[in-house]
Design a protein around this ligand. Structure first.
Ligand code: ADP
Ligand code: MG
Length: 702
């Protein structure tokens, strides 16, 4: 039902609500307060007890303002049908033209004993009625009820939710509109679970949860309401993911690629080293997945240089051994060709046929290659995502490997699903904290390489005090003399007028090359340069012809220079921790010890906490998790961007335990009733459809 038909809402207000994202009554119920106040129900004055917090309603008999006191006080004497009491406001001068005898007021505050009399000190108050002629009669008849003053309950003003308001709709008005809805909850909030489940999980009913989140009787009940609603929100999200996964697993078929000892040892012979334990574990998981005819949907995570490509190549060779083809996709041509070079290194002398597809490949040559791929003569094809998705037809595609470097690539997965369904392995160097892995990537399986192969020099990270800049330069000079190379990374290409204290690559490059390191070759690299120029500079740096590379974050992608052992990051407080970690991954690739120096403008508490994390840890996952705790999930990802509804009340970091429980229960439910057709799951199904629309394929089964 549209909110427009609620009491107190017409077409105009409905528009205001729509701007707040509230269209239906169900939306309104999920328009949760951002804060809550608690005040007890009104009592009679003679029931007041010292030390308690009390709400009373009474007639103002007299007022007095004593401004001469050291602490000026405003005093009112109020009465109801049972007794009289004093109300005192310290520094209450502002009340002089507000409170008058003859008004009816409601006051809520702490009760104290003063000169043998009970009084309320500094209460919150509300004038219920300005003038009352027959009030004395009413009070004497003991009929003085707050209802007489147009309030739905005794504490409406003092307790309950505080809503996120707009200039057109105050919290108070929202509250007035929601209250009557709460009296009619049953049909709107049918429960999802049976009593036994609620008891086991210590969750309250959904109806109570909605009633209490808006109008909590006390703090304890508010906490219970929050817990239940958070759980439901997380549960529905996980259920959406579980269903999405169920669909890919059961409605599409991939070629089962089985392994054997012989295949395994033949593949391993290709690598001139023993695989690490982490690599072996990932391979085990992949082999199990690929052996099934359900398409694999796996994310392979690990820092740059941790050995993901080797694992992916293992998977590719397993697919080839099963007479299927493999597509390896990278985000850029440079990265695609790097992959190809890498693969060539391992496959030298192998019968496995492989080709790099580039933009430059055109005309007859291209046609010939496409024919080979379509005819199944080409085993492994490497190229950019764009290129391989264009018009290439495979005879039997068994595996797609997607290298995303630093992006999360949900979009690409979505597009790939339209093809026949090969197994899919997505590689990413972005460490994804466990919470995100369960939400944004909740329908993917995840394999992790945590420890890089041996033979890497440690990276020592220092946050450098401004005063030690020269000393740092001298340290770098010594290393440059020893033929080591250095990165200088800046947050900006050029300085902005208004932000002139943020160092920018172009200006600093001039300074570094002319003043600081005139005796060395210092070059500039940034994203706005022509591709050919970029490639030329990178290749010279690679060959050791450039000593110092001054750049923006473009070095994040695709620079692999083991001899570069120093990195200076300016304006480090401008980068996210995950990004700093990735930048730093560009050094420490050889056996020598490497150094990363961080300079910042600000030294605030937050900056300190984040950068100390960088100096302390080299573990990308730990860092990502820390960043998530500090910044909250909002900045790192938006659920909507991943085709999931936004979370209104739950927080994946703070409510991690509930998330784990919701995930387990959601996946179990889908296993037992994949289409949610059991009568007992009707309410869940309805709520799910309301949230996700029919994108889950539930709607087609009535
Ligand atoms: P990633 O794809 O994660 O960036 P790569 O697979 O390209 O990492 O591996 C990085 C480097 O480490 C490569 O030079 C590779 O040859 C080497 N390498 C990979 N695995 C091992 C291993 N188990 N032992 C020794 N070196 C390895
Ligand atoms: Mg790589």
């Amino acid at each position: 039902m549209s909110v427009q038909y609620l009491k107190g809402v017409g077409p105009a207000r409905a528009k205001v609500f729509a701007q707040m994202g509230v269209e239906t009554v169900a939306d309104l119920l999920e328009y949760f307060p951002r804060d809550w106040n608690f005040a007890p129900s009104a009592i009679k004055i003679n029931q007041m007890r010292p030390e308690q917090t009390a709400t009373v309603v009474g007639l103002v008999e007299s007022i007095d303002y004593q401004s001469y006191r050291r602490q000026p006080i405003f005093e009112a004497i109020i009465s109801d049908d049972t007794a009289v009491c004093r109300i005192v406001w310290f520094h209450g001068g502002f009340l002089r033209d507000k409170l008058r005898p003859g008004q009816i007021i409601m006051a809520s505050g702490k009760v104290a004993l003063y000169k043998h009399q009970l009084q309320i000190t500094n209460p919150r108050f509300l004038i219920l009625k300005e003038h009352s002629i027959d009030i004395r009669r009413k009070t004497q008849n003991s009929r003085l009820k707050t209802q007489d003053f147009g309030l739905t309950g005794p504490d409406e003003y003092f307790s309950g939710g505080v809503y996120p308001a707009t200039s057109k709709l105050s919290s108070r008005q929202i509250k007035r509109i929601i209250r009557p809805v709460l009296d009619n909850l049953p049909e709107l909030v049918a429960d999802f679970y049976d009593k036994a489940f609620l008891k086991k999980t210590n969750l309250i009913g959904r109806k109570d949860a909605f009633a209490w989140i808006h109008l909590p009787p006390d703090e304890e009940k508010l906490a219970q309401a929050k817990r239940r609603l958070k759980y439901d929100e997380l549960f529905l999200m996980q259920l959406g993911l579980a269903l999405r996964r169920f669909r890919t697993q059961h409605y599409s078929r991939a070629p089962a690629c089985t392994s054997s000892d012989k295949i395994d040892s033949r593949i391993r012979k290709r690598f001139p080293f023993l695989l690490t334990e982490d690599q072996n574990n990932c391979i085990d998981e992949i082999v199990t997945d690929m052996g099934k005819s359900e398409p694999m949907n796996r994310l392979l995570q690990g820092d740059v240089g941790s050995g993901k490509t080797v694992v992916a190549l293992y998977a590719a060779l397993l697919a080839v051994a099963n007479k299927t083809q493999v597509a390896i996709m990278a985000p850029t041509e440079i990265l695609a060709s790097q992959h190809f070079t890498n693969i060539e290194r391992y496959l030298k002398g192998s019968k496995v046929s492989r080709r790099l597809v580039t933009r430059g490949l055109t005309g007859k040559k291209r046609t010939a290659l496409l024919k080979q791929i379509a005819g199944g003569e080409m085993d492994i094809v490497v190229g950019t995502v764009a290129l391989l998705q264009e018009d290439i037809e495979f005879q039997k595609l068994g595996l797609v490997v997607i290298d995303e470097q630093h992006k999360f690539g949900v979009e690409q997965r979505a597009r790939l699903r339209k093809q026949t369904t090969p197994h899919c392995l997505v590689m990413t160097a972005t460490p994804i904290p466990r919470t995100l892995a369960m939400t944004a990537f909740g329908d993917l399986d995840v394999s992790v390489i945590r420890h890089s192969p041996p033979g890497r020099g440690a990276v020592i990270t220092r946050w450098v005090d401004r005063g030690n800049r020269q000393k740092t330069y001298e340290f770098i000079r010594e290393r440059l003399k020893a033929k080591k190379q250095t990165f200088f990374v800046y947050p900006r290409i050029t300085a902005l007028e208004q932000d002139s204290d943020i160092k920018a690559a172009t200006d600093e490059w001039k300074k570094l090359s002319a003043e600081v390191f005139p005796e060395f070759t210092v070059e500039l690299l940034h994203g706005r340069m022509p591709t050919a120029k970029k490639q030329q500079i990178m290749s010279q740096f690679h060959k050791g012809k450039i000593d110092v590379l001054v750049s923006t974050v473009v070095v994040e992608v695709g620079v692999d220079v083991p001899n570069a052992t120093i990195m200076v990051i300016e304006g480090a407080d401008r980068f996210g921790l995950a990004q700093l970690h990735q930048l730093r991954g560009r050094i420490g690739r050889g056996e020598a010890k490497s150094f990363c120096f961080l300079f910042t403008q600000s030294e605030s508490e937050v900056v300190r906490s984040r950068l100390e994390m960088m100096t302390r840890s080299n573990d990308g996952f730990e860092i990502a998790e820390h960043d998530l705790q500090l910044r909250g999930p909002g900045e790192l990802f938006s659920t909507r961007q991943h085709g999931l509804p936004d979370l209104k009340i739950a927080n994946i970091v703070e409510d991690y335990d509930l998330l784990v429980m919701a995930r387990k229960n959601a996946f179990e439910l889908v296993r037992s009733d994949p289409m949610l057709t059991n009568a007992e799951h009707r309410n869940i199904r309805r709520a799910l459809l309301a949230k996700f629309g029919d994108s889950l394929g539930l709607a087609d089964v009535a």
